[in-house]
Design a binder for this molecule. Sequence first.
Ligand SMILES: [Zn+2]
Length: 315
Amino acid sequence: MKFDTAYSLSLEEKLSIYDVRELNFDETTAFDSDKERFLCPNDECRAAFAPSNGLTTFNAKNVNYLRTPHFKNTPGTRHIDGCRYASHKAGTAESEDEREESFPSEFVLTRRQYQHKTPVSGPEGVTPQTSQKTPSSHTSTSHNCSDTTPDKTSVFAHPVECYVSNIDNKDKLKGMPLKIGEHTATYWAFFKKIEYLQDNKGLIYWGRIKEIKDYTSSLRIDFEKKVWLDKKPYSVNVYLNKKLIENYRKRKAFLEQVKAAMGNERPLYCFFYGVTPELKQVPSKKKPEQTFGVFSADIENLDHLIIREAPGLES
Ligand SMILES: [Zn+2]
């Protein structure tokens, strides 16, 4: 049985596994999912047991993962009768874990604020922030607190995993709605191969990475596929400003992704949202008096860019 959400004892709210990954990689937050306690998201079920009746995580800390991250029962986890998170069969097939089945209907562009309600260390008692605490799971900052599928996410990896792990099921992707900003489309329509970026602006573009070049003040991700315009092929790339990376709260994890891509041992893909590469004229290296055209964009928000393996995308 895999769980789309779990209740975090220290944060006193329900988190998706992608929220947990965000917290693990966030260098500004002291959070380690191995030391946290996650409980059944079903309120009634959770209330019936002691807080020691916990769940475990899968792929919560792997920067580069292939199999879909999730929460799962430990061999000793108990649930009340009728809890939808109870395992029905022993030895459930591993294949059940291979795809993301909880499709958020909205990708929220502002980052979710996670507040540690229980001080990690320090004296017993009340810290100033806890006075703002509202009871149980109805804080205004959390997006959704039902015990079913989380409806919204602010973690880009979540819709990307929905797409990648279900790529062999086009009908499913064509049937699932996704809202980003003012736009609503299906998962299928929102994800656009980089070579077709001229079809529409404001989508999630993706493509296989050809190489990543390291310049003085930026990294440049070059895509393998080219964009065709007036019967001519143009290269596509995105620039990542190094200052943006230096100040990124998930810097270490991000650089690990980049390093893997530069080593280029396996095919890697880049997904991004927020900018649409446009045709620009840049000076030629060999003949600076000449220019050539390239589709290019500057990434503005690293939260909305992912480099990952994605087997099955090109079959
Ligand atoms: Zn339960």
